[in-house]
Design a protein around this ligand. Structure first.
Ligand code: 0XW
Ligand code: MG
Length: 370
C-alpha cells in the first residue's frame, strides 16, 4: 500500500454566536456562543481533512478553548509524517505525548477520519461500519429561565419541527418541578422529554425532584456530579436515567452498566477525545444493550457532520437523538447536506464528513505547522 503522510496542520478559530441568545444551564452558568477551533490536515497525496472542537464556555466539562489550542500546538508537530488513515496509531502518539486533555485531541482525530474516509471514497458513516438509517432524530435544549419563558421557548422549538426536548433543570428542585410542568403543558402528545440537571444537584435534591415529578413522563439526565451520588439516587429513580458528563471513557461506561446505574449514555466526541474513542464507547454501549446519544459540546457544520455520521452508524434500536449545532449558531463555515426536516437530520452522503469547507469564513490561521 502506498504510504500517505501528513504534511501540514493548519488551525483556525471561528466565533459562533447563538441564534437563540444566551444559553443558560444550572448554577447561572451561561455562554453567548461557541468559540470554535477548526483544524485542516493536509497529506502528501493531495487530500485534506477537517476537524472541529468547540467547548461550551469553560464551565461545562473539563475543557476550555485555551487548553484545546495549546494542546493542538503541542501535538500538531508530532503528527507530521504520520499516516492520517491510521487513527489508532495517531491516537497512541497523541496519548503518549499529552497525558489526558482528550478534548485537545478531538479535532485532530476528526480531521484524520475525514481524510481517511475521503481517501477510501466513502462517507464517514460507511467508513465507520455502515449506515442504519439516512436520518437521525434531533433534540433541542430549553435553556434555563422562568417557567413561562421556558414554556414559550419550548413551544417555538416544537413549531420549528423538534419532537424531542431537553429541559434544563438543576437549580432549586421545587422551582425545577414548576419548569417541567410549564414546559410539558405546552407540548403535543408524543414529545420526548429529557430533564437535564447538568450534574448540579445533591442527592437529596434529586430525590425531591423525582418524588414531585412522579406524574410526569421524562428521562432524567446527569442529576448529580459524582459517580457515587448518581448511584445513590438510582433506587429512587423509576424512570430512564442517562449519564452525560460522567461518561469519559469505556471504563466508566462498563462500571455504570455493571452497577445498574444507567439506561443510556451520552457520548460527547470532544470529551472522549475524538471519533476513534467515541466509536469504541458507542460500540461497547450498544453491545451492553444501552441507549446511546452521540453528540458534542459545540461547533457548526464540521462537528455536526461528525455527530450525524456517528449517529446514523449506530443501530436504530440503540440510538436516541443528536443535536443540529449548525442551526444553533448564526454563522456557517461550509456546505453540507445536513438537512433538517420534522425534527430529523440527514447525515451527508459525500465522502468523508461530507462538508465543503468555506475557508474564507475562517479568517487568518492561528497556527500553521508543516
Ligand atoms: C445540550 N448540550 C449538548 C449542549 C452543550 O454542549 C451542553 C450539552 C448538554 O447536554 O448539556
Ligand atoms: Mg447533558
Amino acid at each position: 500500500m502506498a504510504a500517505v503522510k501528513i504534511d501540514s496542520v493548519t488551525v483556525y478559530r471561528q466565533w459562533q454566536p447563538f441564534a437563540s441568545g444566551t444559553y443558560t444551564c444550572s448554577g447561572g452558568r451561561s455562554a453567548e456562543g461557541f468559540d470554535s477551533t477548526i483544524v485542516r490536515i493536509a497529506a502528501d497525496n493531495g487530500l485534506v481533512g477537517w476537524g472541529e472542537m468547540a467547548p461550551l464556555g469553560s464551565f461545562y466539562d473539563p475543557s476550555f478553548v485555551g487548553g484545546a489550542r495549546e494542546g493542538i500546538r503541542l501535538l500538531a508537530p508530532l503528527l507530521i509524517g504520520l499516516d492520517p488513515r491510521a487513527p489508532h496509531v495517531l491516537n497512541e502518539v497523541m496519548d503518549l505525548h499529552l497525558n489526558g486533555h482528550p478534548y485537545a485531541k478531538s479535532a485532530l482525530d476528526m480531521a484524520c477520519w475525514d481524510l481517511a474516509a475521503r481517501a477510501a471514497d466513502l462517507p464517514l458513516a460507511e467508513a465507520l461500519g455502515g449506515r442504519f438509517s439516512t436520518t437521525v432524530d434531533l433534540y433541542r435544549s430549553v435553556s434555563q429561565a422562568a417557567p413561562e419563558v421556558m414554556a414559550q421557548q419550548a413551544a417555538e422549538y416544537i413549531d420549528h419541527g423538534y419532537r424531542r426536548l431537553q429541559v434544563k433543570v438543576g437549580l432549586d428542585p421545587d422551582d425545577d418541578v414548576e419548569r417541567m410542568e410549564a414546559v410539558l403543558a405546552v407540548l403535543p402528545a408524543g414529545t420526548v422529554v429529557y430533564a437535564d440537571a447538568n450534574a448540579a444537584w445533591q442527592p437529596a435534591q434529586a430525590r425531591r425532584f423525582l418524588r414531585s415529578t412522579a406524574h410526569l413522563d421524562y428521562t432524567l439526565e446527569q442529576p448529580c456530579a459524582s459517580y457515587a451520588n448518581n448511584l445513590a439516587i438510582r433506587a429512587a429513580c423509576d424512570r430512564p436515567l442517562v449519564l452525560d458528563e460522567s461518561i469519559d471513557g469505556v471504563e466508566t461506561l462498563v462500571r455504570a452498566h455493571a452497577d445498574h446505574l444507567v439506561d443510556g449514555i451520552t457520548i460527547k466526541i470532544a470529551r472522549v477525545g475524538g471519533i476513534t474513542k467515541a466509536r469504541l464507547i458507542r460500540d461497547v454501549a450498544v453491545q451492553l444493550g444501552l441507549q446511546v446519544t452521540v453528540e458534542d459540546t459545540g461547533g457548526a457544520e464540521i462537528d455536526t457532520a461528525a455527530m450525524a455520521h456517528l449517529s446514523v452508524s449506530t443501530p436504530n434500536q440503540s440510538r436516541t437523538h443528536t443535536v443540529d449545532f449548525h442551526n444553533w449558531v448564526t454563522v456557517s463555515h461550509g456546505v453540507a447536506d445536513l438537512r433538517c426536516v420534522d425534527g430529523t437530520m440527514t447525515a451527508p452522503d459525500a465522502p468523508g464528513l461530507g462538508v465543503e469547507v468555506d475557508i474564507t469564513a475562517l479568517g487568518e490561521p492561528l497556527l500553521v505547522v508543516s
